[in-house]
Design a protein around this ligand. Structure first.
Ligand code: AP5
Length: 211
């Protein structure tokens, strides 16, 4: 059987990274994430584009979208090397959705539904392990190991002010993408507000029954 090609959608903090890690482990497919790819290239010089900022990091720290030219290239390159994948963080606007259609065919578009109050709480409490990339939350999912707890860091864009801007950008740019897939009858919704393990049960079942 061919490996599944999955798109995971949801607001900032909906649990895309958390569930993508489980999906990639279980189904043995690639995790293609524009957020991680851009964080690894925060300082690259994009001044030749003549846009507002000169590096991806400046857009990210402001909670804005990085220009399509930069992101499209990253995704195109990653998709060309993957058989099965879960794509996380792309497309974030209708132009990117159109671009994606020319790059690959998807087997499943999965949407994690979470209310806005919960999103803010999740993002401001999120912590990352810089050594493993594992995602924690100070309240919902603290690490058991003291050594891990001591080295946890907060993402630069997880401050309350930037989180609010990211949610505004999401409503303006990415909600039309959700409507686009919904109108096409291609969207499978999962209640992302349940406990992580319950969300995973629903995600796994949806993947198994639709791909
Ligand atoms: P990106 O890294 O993609 O961030 P995001 O979409 O804002 O999503 P997050 O990573 O913040 O959240 P998540 O849904 O993965 O949640 P997580 O699993 O960590 O993008 C960052 C920036 O890069 C953008 O702002 C933009 O500048 C740029 N960018 C990226 N892609 C781009 C594109 N295509 N075009 C242009 N620019 C782009 O969970 C969050 C927290 O909640 C964690 O603490 C976790 O432990 C906890 N949690 C998870 N699930 C649950 C649960 N079920 N119950 C309780 N807690 C939970």
């Amino acid at each position: 059987m061919a490996q599944p090609r999955i798109l995971i959608l949801g607001a900032p903090g909906a649990g895309k990274g958390t569930q993508s890690a489980k999906i990639t482990d279980h189904f043995d497919i690639e995790h293609i994430t524009t957020g991680d790819a851009l964080r690894a290239n925060k300082g690259i010089d994009i001044s030749h584009l003549g846009l507002e900022y000169d590096t991806p990091g400046e857009y990210m720290d402001a909670g804005e979208l990085v220009p399509d030219e930069v992101v499209n290239e990253i995704v195109d390159e990653a998709l060309s090397q993957a058989d099965g994948f879960v794509l996380d963080g792309y497309p974030r606007n209708l132009e990117q959705a159109e671009e994606l259609e020319s790059m690959t065919k998807l087997d499943l578009v999965l949407m994690l539904d979470v209310s806005e109050d919960e999103l803010v709480h999740r993002l401001t409490g999120r912590r990352l392990d810089p050594e493993t990339g594992d995602i924690y939350h100070v309240e919902y999912n603290p690490p058991e190991d003291d050594e891990v707890e001591e080295r946890l860091v907060q993402r630069d864009d997880d401050t309350e002010e930037t989180v609010k801007e990211r949610l505004r950008v999401y409503r303006e740019n990415t909600e039309p993408v959700i409507d686009h897939y919904e109108d096409a009858g291609a969207l499978e919704r999962v209640d992302g507000e349940q406990a992580p393990e319950q969300v995973w049960e629903d995600v796994r079942e949806t993947i198994e029954t639709t791909t």
